[in-house]
Design a protein around this ligand. Structure first.
Ligand SMILES: Nc1nc2c(c(=O)[nH]1)N[C@H]1C(S)=C(S)[C@@H](COP(=O)(O)OP(=O)(O)OC[C@H]3O[C@@H](n4cnc5c(=O)[nH]c(N)nc54)[C@H](O)[C@@H]3O)O[C@H]1N2
Ligand SMILES: Nc1nc2c(c(=O)[nH]1)N[C@H]1C(S)=C(S)[C@@H](COP(=O)(O)OP(=O)(O)OC[C@H]3O[C@@H](n4cnc5c(=O)[nH]c(N)nc54)[C@H](O)[C@@H]3O)O[C@H]1N2
Ligand SMILES: [Mo]
Length: 758
């Protein structure tokens, strides 16, 4: 896999697996580790993941259980850590050898495989290569560029949830002291729809459940999520739910392996036996059908209540804690079976079986991820899920609640720390008070609007921290052209990716320590903190020798950049922050609600839990109560002959970075340019299993986008749906195709046709 368009000559397809995680999974992790590292380093990294004194797994945001196994990591976590801990290095000689134009033709896989970045590099205007630059000169160059802008809003600062709390807090402080709220982040591309829906309806954009709630639930919905690949440790939690007698309903257009059966690699019976059956009911839904599904489940609850008044709804909860029930109920009764069955593609009996399960359950949790958030009507869908839970009082009590399962390990923490283009005024006031300045009041740009601003010449400096903006965003051709128009693009990163090859006139690479690297500053060894998907904040300390002596920590990079840009007149003590990270935590404790006595509390074993106000009966909404919302029926309407394509993750990738060409659970080996389609849909289009096709997307303005040469693979997907990997298919997502309200690209709802390649 070297060029951008990887050949499919080696593709082999085997039947999709019906179980996830077991001995082969662990063996695969160790195999990948050994390909990157020596055996000793492999052992050292694996032994330190998620241990009390070790580092937080840079994989997903699923929480660690209180009682930790020595091996409290999953196959994928082990791969992510070893990908970072690799002994391969990208040196100045590498950059001298490879012109940027050549790097630009290499695949995401190849770029990542080159290893860790080792020293700051610059590509000057008109130059063909990156060349070394000293740290002071790099900060000077960037500061001059920022100060030379017509205004601070011409700069953009993108972050991913790989960033730790302290660095995130300092970044938003610097950006606001500089004078803009332009803080687009990966949340804009990810769980923004969850945040939008939950803030409006329950007053906080976070989940309300803990692991104990998961264990205690009678019924858990896993909707639009593939935990076997993306949150493998969630399967151990669901296994415990099942052992306690709980039931699971999975809703997905694909029969994902982890949803069907799970073999726990940390238990003998998982290694030898058949494993645990996960989903009691599996609904193979049409893409985007979830809104209609929950609308129908809610109508069935209202009907059941009418038939036996006082036995179905939780009237006490509704009266005490919610607002808008009557108007909601009147609207919900208008949903028809015809609508629900068309939108979901399910049979009436299937939905009725779920309804019976709901009636039999007192404690219900709904978990979801990208299968809901990255659709045009993602926000109304999640609001309808809140309605569903409110009807039976499934919020704010044990074993019940909302569970948006986050992606990046600290994506939730970054938001808590103020990484958002629109933080609440109370946060801005506290920040201004603590540091003696007036933060800008105008909202900043999110990810999609940032692309528009660069495209239209309104933004000229792009700084990316801990991510891969060029590949994470939609409409790749438009986004790349927009980035290339910038006067300066900067990447603060650990490894090479395509964002380093899509350069503005000047481009900087500022390499940084990773999570596994030891971080020593003037006052000694430092740690930092992260927040998981269930609001637990804990410490993370690197254990390995840094990849290069020339690396700076993110905290040092941001602080030195801030000093260089804001000058001596900035009274913010940036140097103190670099020397001692606990001084950053002191500041956080005075600015961010819930972080009082941060240093002391986070040092306790297991860290500290941020209490979700919902669990104390407090709703910070307009009415002071949980809001019922009326959501109009909506579905994705593909014209005849078209399919709804979702762009998703394979088992062997971390977001924009493939680790290999395999998707073991789905039976795809040695190729990524494949599109999975129901065999009947293929037959209807006269396309053979294994035939090579172009995927062509259409958009309202008449434009078409093409992703060439994918192998069509017959797959048990729901009718009318198709699936292919991201980021190869981002080129198909029109920039303007976004979710209502959250502005998240509709990465799971792309209307396409397949054109056989002659
Ligand atoms: N190994 C690994 N782990 C990861 C990541 C990674 O890249 N690799 N990424 C991390 C990040 S940032 C995130 S956000 C999470 C993402 O975690 P997921 O959301 O699980 O990731 P996706 O691969 O995007 O899968 C989306 C799932 O939703 C289903 N789906 C698609 N459309 C619909 C729909 O309309 N309705 C329903 N009900 N289901 C639908 C798909 O079939 C698929 O199972 O994973 C995190 N963990
Ligand atoms: N079509 C489509 N597009 C999508 C999605 C989809 O499902 N479909 N998913 C979206 C989602 S959910 C997300 S979250 C985004 C992800 O988008 P991003 O978060 O922007 O992408 P990543 O691939 O996670 O970024 C990987 C890079 O992070 C850098 N990095 C890794 N660790 C560190 C570190 O410790 N410090 C620093 N400074 N840098 C580090 C490395 O250089 C690495 O190359 O993509 C989104 N885009
Ligand atoms: Mo994500």
């Amino acid at each position: 896999m070297t060029s951008i368009e990887d050949p499919q000559d080696d593709l082999s397809v085997t039947p999709p697996k019906t179980w996830a995680v077991g001995v082969p999974a662990v063996a695969h992790a160790i195999e990948y580790s050994l390909s990157q590292n020596s055996p000793v380093r492999t052992a050292l990294t694996l032994l330190n993941i998620n241990q009390t004194k070790g580092f937080d797994c840079p994989g997903c945001a699923w929480p660690e259980p209180g009682r930790r196994h020595l091996n409290e990591y999953c196959e994928n976590g082990a791969k992510h850590v070893n990908d970072e801990a690799t002994t391969r290095r990208v040196t100045r000689e590498f950059f001298a050898e490879h012109p940027v134009a050549e790097l630009d033709t290499m695949s995401d896989y190849w770029l990542n495989q080159q290893g860790r970045l080792t020293e700051p590099m610059v590509k000057r205007p008109g130059a063909t290569h990156y060349e070394p630059i000293g740290w002071d000169d790099a900060f000077g160059l960037l500061a001059d560029e920022l100060r030379g802008l017509a205004g601070p809003d011409e700069a953009l600062f993108y972050t991913s949830g790989r960033l730790n709390n302290e660095a995130a807090f300092l970044l938003q402080l610097f950006v606001r002291a500089f004078g803009t709220n332009n803080l687009p982040d990966c949340s804009n591309l990810c769980h923004e729809s969850s945040g939008s829906a939950l803030s409006q309806t329950i007053g906080v954009g976070k989940g309300s459940v803990s692991l104990e709630d998961i264990y205690a639930a009678d019924l858990i919905f896993v909707v639009g999520q593939n935990p076997g690949t993306n949150h493998p440790r969630m399967l151990s939690a669901l296994e415990e739910t099942k052992r306690n007698g709980g039931k699971i309903v999975a809703v997905n257009p694909l029969p994902e392996a982890g949803l069907i059966r799970f073999k726990n690699p940390q238990k003998a019976r998982g290694v030898i036996g058949r494993g645990t059956e996960i989903a009691d009911i599996f609904l193979k839904i049409r893409p985007g059908g979830d809104l209609a599904l929950f609308q129908m489940l809610n109508k069935l609850l209202l009907d059941a209540e009418d038939a036996a008044p006082g036995t179905v709804l939780d009237h006490e909860f509704i009266a005490a804690h919610t607002s808008g029930f009557d108007a909601y109920a009147a609207h919900a009764r208008t949903v028809t079976w015809e609508h629900a069955l068309t939108a979901t593609g399910l049979r009436r009996e299937e939905i009725e079986a779920v309804h019976q399960q709901v009636l039999a359950s007192e404690k219900v949790i709904v978990c979801w991820a990208m299968g809901l958030t990255q659709h045009k009507h993602g926000v109304p869908t999640i609001r309808e899920i809140v309605d569903f839970l409110l009807l039976r009082g499934n919020l704010g009590r044990p074993g019940a609640g909302v569970c948006p399962v986050r992606g990046h390990s600290n994506v939730q923490g970054d938001r808590t720390m103020g990484i958002s283009e629109r933080m609440p005024q109370a946060f801005m006031d506290a920040l201004g008070r603590e540091f003696g300045f007036t933060p800008p009041t105008a909202h900043g740009l999110d990810a999609v609007d940032s692309i528009r601003a660069m495209r239209d010449g309104h933004a000229k400096v792009f700084v990316g921290v801990a991510g891969n903006f060029a590949r994470a965003t939609p409409d790749s051709a438009v986004t790349e052209a927009a980035l290339r128009q910038c006067s300066l693009t900067v990447q603060i990163s650990t490894k090479l990716n395509r964002s380093h090859t899509v350069c503005g006139a000047t481009a900087l690479i500022l390499p940084t320590l990773g999570r596994s690297d030891r971080d020593i500053q003037a006052t000694g060894e430092q740690f930092y903190t992260v927040e998981d998907s269930m609001s637990q904040v804990r410490t993370s300390r690197g254990r390995l020798d840094p990849a290069s002596p020339d690396l700076l920590s993110e905290i040092a990079i941001i602080s030195r950049l801030a000093r260089a840009t804001l000058g001596a007149e900035s009274t913010i003590p940036w140097e103190e922050f670099i020397a001692d990270y606990s001084t950053v935590r002191d500041r956080i404790s005075r600015v961010v609600p819930g972080f009082e006595n941060f240093n002391e509390r986070v040092a306790r074993p297991g860290g500290m839990l941020l209490v979700n106000p919902v669990n104390e009966g407090i709703y910070r909404t307009a009415s002071g109560k949980a809001e019922f919302t009326r959501n109009d029926f909506d579905m994705i309407d593909a014209p005849p002959g078209y399919l709804v394509l979702q762009s998703l993750r394979s088992h062997d990738q971390w977001n924009t970075i493939p680790y290999a060409g395999n998707d073991r659970y789905r039976g795809i080996h040695h190729a990524r340019r494949v599109v999975l389609v129901n065999p009947e849909d293929l037959a209807q289009r006269g396309i053979a299993d294994g035939e090579v096709v172009d995927i062509v997307s259409i958009w309202h303005d008449g434009t078409e986008r093409r992703a060439p040469r994918f192998v069509a693979v017959a797959y048990p997907a729901s009718r009318g749906s198709a699936a292919a990997y991201y980021p190869e298919t981002n080129v198909l997502v029109p920039l303007d195709s976004v979710a209502d309200i959250s502005n998240t690209p509709t990465s799971k709802g792309i209307i396409v046709r397949l054109e056989p390649v002659l």
